[in-house]
Design a protein around this ligand. Structure first.
Ligand code: SAH
Ligand code: SF4
Length: 339
């Protein structure tokens, strides 16, 4: 049950009704999202019953929980059969929604399950914000133990490449920030380095965070891991990221999936350091999560520690991200809408 309706055009859903009905609907969809039309208590019952299918043209196919119910993953399916996933992660001080911008992904990064299973289609803006509305309603109805009861952060790190679906992602950002009250600072758009999109994002009125998935610090290795690097090579990615930082004043973070024996050596750390320093960027390391179609393995703790040590010696700010939901294939790079 997800919303698609455009917040600015809700009148057609309540034809012949007084104008305040659209405003009520707006509130139930965007301001205090609820999970069923039954919960829209100030709308007349006959009106509610006819609305359900039109407002919520999607179904929740599968729900899985992990980490003592502080990780929840949903598989949504739209009427055309396309499936996509979102993961909600609760912490003592925040709740972060990791959402999808495309069903699948066309960019084929070798270590990513989404990329390994190909591209279905772009998600509509309404399908993207629907993931947030659903997560909000779900969390309000069933809080996570020891976590806030509001979704505070949104990361575009689920399925798909957000900057390859620019206009719809842009509209979803507008709705989240201007209609749903999520602070731009609490939103992170993660890109594999689609440089025209990075440059456009730098010119938008909202100062969201940008995460660039780097994974390799020279074109040879990066081109082997991320085919898109042949189109947008490292130097171009760096200059677009620099432009983003200059225009928005927001520090970029560099994502680095640690793959055993591939990109976790001293040489890569030494090459990464000057890039991070020039960008005043923060480096986020994450051990690779296993995916079906690659034999690659996560780096050992020892290799991660020594990579971190090299970066710190080189004056780079670095953190190692924890992994959530590996057991339910909800971790980074594991989403592939398997039902
Ligand atoms: N397409 C965008 C956003 C979705 S992927 C991007 O690539 O940035 C979100 C993050 O998960 C990216 O940093 C991506 O590199 C990382 N990732 C992909 N596969 C992974 C895996 N198997 N293990 C750990 N992280 C992975
Ligand atoms: Fe697509 Fe990002 Fe996965 Fe690469 S890592 S295949 S860009 S979702």
């Amino acid at each position: 049950m997800l919303y698609l309706a455009d917040p600015d055009h809700l009148e057609p859903f309540v034809p012949g009704e007084p104008a305040f009905r659209a405003a009520q609907l707006h509130e139930w969809l965007y301001e205090h999202p609820v999970l069923t039309t039954e919960a829209m208590t100030n709308l007349p019952a006959p009106l509610r019953s006819g609305l359900s299918d039109r407002l919520w043209p999607f179904a929740v196919d599968v729900e899985q929980r992990s980490d003592s119910d502080t990780t929840r993953k949903w598989l949504f399916r739209s009427p055309d059969g396309v499936a996509f996933e979102a993961v909600l992660m609760g912490y003592p001080n925040r709740v972060t929604l990791c959402l999808s911008s495309q069903a699948g992904c066309a960019l084929g990064c070798t270590f990513c399950a989404t990329g390994q299973f190909g591209f279905d289609r772009h998600l509509e803006a309404g399908e993207i914000v629907a993931q947030l509305a659903f997560a909000r309603a779900h969390l309000a109805a069933e809080p996570m133990p020891g976590c806030p009861d509001r979704v505070s952060n949104v990361v575009f790190m689920g399925m798909g490449e957000p900057l390859a679906n620019y206009d719809r992602v842009r509209e979803s950002l507008r709705r989240m920030i201007e209609v749903m009250g999520i602070s731009a600072r609490a939103i992170t758009v993660s890109t594999v380095g689609v440089t025209p999109g990075i440059r456009r994002l730098a010119d938008e009125p909202w100062r969201v965070n940008l995460a660039v998935s780097l994974h390799a610090a020279d074109d040879d290795l990066r081109g082997r891991l991320l085919p898109i690097n042949r189109r947008y090579p490292l130097a171009d990615v760096e200059s677009a990221a620099a432009e983003f930082f200059e225009k928005t004043g927001r520090r970029v973070s560099l994502e680095w999936t640690m793959i055993d024996g591939v990109n976790d050596n001293e040489d890569q750390a030494v090459k990464l350091a000057p890039i991070a320093r020039r960008l005043h960027a923060h480096v986020n390391l994450i051990a690779m999560n296993p995916t079906p179609l690659t034999e690659s393995m996560p780096s050992s703790q020892e290799r991660i520690d020594s990579f971190v040590a090299t970066l710190r010696t080189e004056g780079v700010n670095v953190t190692v991200r924890d992994t959530r939901g590996r057991d339910i294939d909800a971790a980074c790079g594991q989403l592939r809408a398997r039902s």
